[in-house]
Design a protein around this ligand. Structure first.
Ligand code: PLP
Length: 402
């Protein structure tokens, strides 16, 4: 079992963990800026990572299945990324000008996905925010349609209206439909089709259970949006890792806009909006209505360098290998009676147990999961790592059930 690898040797010079946690809580609400990682009673603090393993401040080593919320496709300290960052760093950390590195990453992503034009941000949240604004600008309409349980970051239009600080006005221009409901979508288009600026979808929504979207539904979104002059936006921030060109093409559809993040930054902050030139021209000072999009650190050269190194090393053979290892792990867990959803290198444990208890049971057995028991693989994981993880996960689930 992975328990044996989960040592708690005190690291020389390590801070007193209780003291550090108390200091964190005093100066940062909840003790962390990572709002999605609130795992009571206290969040472990990361110290360092090497390949598939993370060491926390109390000296525990855990297999990293969180991978910074699925973004570290090559795990920690991947040599080509380290080298690319070091080279870029040597030339300077940021400039108020575009760089050749930005052009190179955009060209790589264009050639790989077919999306004609790209624009980078510092997060997936910003990319989605700009996709929505762009769709409104281009169509001259306000209404955005999205689906319950799909997470698109935390900009106002995609944050649930029951959360404090979101205005009613914001939500008069956003309709939230039941996840995957074709009937609800048809009703909206029947009643107000000509008001819809865009339909925003995630093809494998994590918070809705990481169930791959129904092709019939996705095709209906494409047809209805086209018929009514609305845009279809596919949020590929998480799903890009599953295929060379993202998950959209496996449904045989071409969205008008797509958003990206996570993997394409090689572990540094990133987001990107991509789409057809006629739509992306909304951001072109010469041709468009010029949608506002600032960003002091957008397309910063360190991120561009790290991102290019990450995606270049994540080619078709690497993707196929990682997805097949993910499928193997999922089958192995299902065979042991663990309920698990997902596809390829992304999966989620779907047991009806307390998520915090499950998270801790996994962590104590050396498996670091995302919130909601989301697990993602990295190319740094060896067969041995995955075997350790499978045993630890089965053991943790059984312990929490009983
Ligand atoms: N869209 C999806 C599908 C996501 O999973 C996420 C983050 O988890 C985001 C958008 C937001 O990206 P970020 O956390 O980089 O702002």
């Amino acid at each position: 079992s992975a328990t044996s690898s989960h040592s708690s040797d005190k690291v020389a010079g390590a801070p007193d963990i209780d003291d550090l946690a108390a200091r964190a809580r005093a100066v940062i609400p909840s003790g962390t800026s990572r709002s999605t990682l609130y795992v009571p009673p206290a969040v472990p603090m990361a110290r360092s990572g090497r390949s598939a393993w993370l060491t926390d401040e109390s000296g525990s080593r855990v297999l990293d299945f969180n991978n910074n919320y699925t973004s570290l496709i090559h795990g920690h300290h991947f040599e080509p990324i380290q080298r690319a960052i070091a080279e870029a760093l040597d030339e300077g950390t940021s400039f108020g000008l575009p760089t050749r590195r930005e052009v190179a990453l955009a060209e790589h992503l264009r050639d790989r996905t077919g999306h004609e034009q790209w624009r980078f941000s510092n997060s997936g949240t910003e990319a989605v925010m700009q996709a929505i604004r762009c769709a409104r600008a281009v169509t001259g309409r306000d209404l955005i349609v999205r689906f319950e349980g799909s997470y698109h970051g935390t900009s106002d239009p995609v944050t649930d209206s029951d959360r404090p600080g979101i205005t009613c006005a914001e939500h008069e221009t956003v309709m939230v439909l039941p996840q995957g409901s074709l009937a609800a979508l048809q009703t909206v288009f029947g009643d107000r089709g000509d008001d819809v600026a865009a339909v925003l979808i995630d093809l494998m929504p994590n918070r809705a259970g990481l169930e791959p979207a129904d092709p019939e539904f996705i095709n209906a979104v494409r047809q209805l949006t086209t018929r009514h002059g609305s845009l279809m936006i596919v949020d590929e921030v998480i799903t890009f890792r599953l295929a060379l060109n993202g998950l959209g093409p496996s449904y045989g559809i071409a969205p008008d806009l797509a958003t990206f993040g996570k993997v394409i930054g090689g572990g540094l902050p990133v987001g990107a909006l991509a789409g057809r030139t006629d739509i992306m021209s909304a951001f072109d000072a010469k041709t468009g209505p010029l949608v506002a999009w600032g960003g002091t650190f957008s397309a910063n050269p360190l991120t561009m360098a790290a991102g290019l190194a990450a995606v270049q090393a994540y080619d078709q053979p690497a993707i196929d290998d990682l997805n097949s290892r993910g499928n193997q792990l999922r089958h192995c867990l299902s065979d042991a009676g663990v309920k698990v959803n997902g596809r390829g290198s992304l999966m989620r444990i779907m047991e009806k147990v307390d998520v915090s208890d499950l998270w801790w049971a996994l962590y104590r057995r050396g498996v670091f999961a995302g919130t909601n028991a989301l697990l993602s693989l990295s190319t740094a994981m060896t067969h041995e790592d995955l075997n350790l993880a499978a045993d630890a996960i089965v053991d943790a689930v059984q312990a929490v059930r009983s």
